[in-house]
Design a protein around this ligand. Structure first.
Ligand SMILES: NC(=O)c1ccc[n+]([C@@H]2O[C@H](COP(=O)([O-])OP(=O)(O)OC[C@H]3O[C@@H](n4cnc5c(N)ncnc54)[C@H](O)[C@@H]3O)[C@@H](O)[C@H]2O)c1
Length: 315
């Protein structure tokens, strides 16, 4: 299949692209290589992808309509997997318009290009943050009382709605996948596991917000990639799937598990809870299990050990 991946130089995107090449797909990648974190790191991610096979790469912003029209004409994709986004929650509180442009306009530009190019399948990377301060756990896709508490989360809901509209109006087959805190080698440097690992490894204190009870449904990146690949083959007109681990880990247990993975003790600087942080994320994954055969299989300790090994291999 000819597949266009947006955000392919990023954390999840680079793992996905390697897998798609290994599976024999023909691949085009678009990524603007922005400086949300080190561009060198993104180039290294792309280099890892290139080791897995040849692909077309274009450095462009997904909200650039002319660039996307030209790219779709050149790549003629059967399917689009749209991962490119401004992804951090906290910076979205200070730069909401930047998030709106990349995450909402960017998604609409791609949907429109996909419609015009007759794309068969569109897979969109959404987020567990859309549930926000939801009062029903575990989170279920049928819950329509979404209460986003960050501009980032609101942009993901807006993008999901645009996906629905394009499916309804134009018959574009779309899956929106709500990822739950993804971790593993190449994890984004703004995410807690990566930050904590680097600081504990360097003997520096870590800042823990709240009382340590905040739960996150950490999901290993290979499990997420399996879910994305499975969603590619589903042909339903429109669906939303949770891709999580369905086993939330309290923050303090996460710190203890990192200590075990590194064989080092953390010094903790306790700070009050931050605005935008939700108390828990917890995925009900029964829909993805039944429909996609999604079955996350990486124990937390093993995933952390792989991430720790990657961190040490970079030195
Ligand atoms: N990592 C997680 O825990 C997590 C959880 C929920 C949802 N997600 C979603 O998954 C997707 C991938 O996340 P990630 O953690 O790999 O992030 P990432 O930042 O590592 O990857 C995103 C990539 O998209 C590119 N990009 C950003 N804005 C762009 C734009 N306007 N045009 C073109 N390229 C652009 C970036 O340069 C980057 O390489 C994102 O949509 C994110 O919102 C991630």
């Amino acid at each position: 299949m000819k597949i266009l991946v947006t955000g392919g130089a990023g954390f999840i995107g680079s793992h996905l692209c390697e897998r798609l090449l290994q599976d024999g797909h023909s691949l085009a990648i678009v990524d603007e290589l922005n400086d949300f974190y080190s561009i060198e790191e993104k180039r290294a991610n792309l280099e890892a992808v290139r080791q897995a096979g040849d692909c077309l790469f274009q450095a462009a912003a997904v909200e650039d309509q002319a660039a996307m029209s030209a790219l779709f004409a050149a790549a003629q994709p059967d399917a689009v997997i749209h991962l490119a986004a401004r992804a951090g929650i906290r910076p979205s509180l200070t730069q909401p318009l930047l998030y709106e442009r990349a995450n909402v306009r960017g998604t609409l530009v791609l949907l429109e290009a996909a419609r015009q190019a007759g794309v068969r399948r569109f897979v969109f990377a959404s987020s567990s943050s859309v549930y926000g301060a939801a009062n029903q756990v575990p989170f279920h896709e049928n819950d329509d009382s979404l209460r986003p508490i960050s501009p980032y989360a609101a942009t993901k809901i807006a993008a999901e709605k645009l996906c629905y509209t394009y499916s309804h109006l134009y018959g574009l087959s779309v899956a929106c996948l709500r990822f739950f805190t993804v971790y593993g080698p190449r994890q984004r440097p703004d995410l807690a596991i990566r930050k904590f690992m680097e600081r504990i490894e360097a003997g520096k204190p870590i800042t823990v917000f709240g009382d340590g009870s905040m739960g996150r449904d950490y999901t290993y990146v290979d499990d997420i990639v399996n879910g994305i690949v499975a969603a590619l083959d589903d042909e339903a007109p429109f669906d939303i799937f949770n891709l999580g681990n369905s086993s939330p880990v309290p923050l303090l247990d996460m710190v203890r598990a990192i200590e075990a993975a590194l064989g080092k003790e953390a010094q903790i600087d306790w700070q009050p809870e931050q605005p935008g942080d939700v108390p828990i994320t917890f995925a009900d994954i029964s829909k993805a299990r039944v429909r996609l055969g999604y079955a996350p299989a990486t124990p937390f300790a093993e995933g952390l050990a792989r991430q720790a090994a990657w961190l040490r291999s970079r030195r």
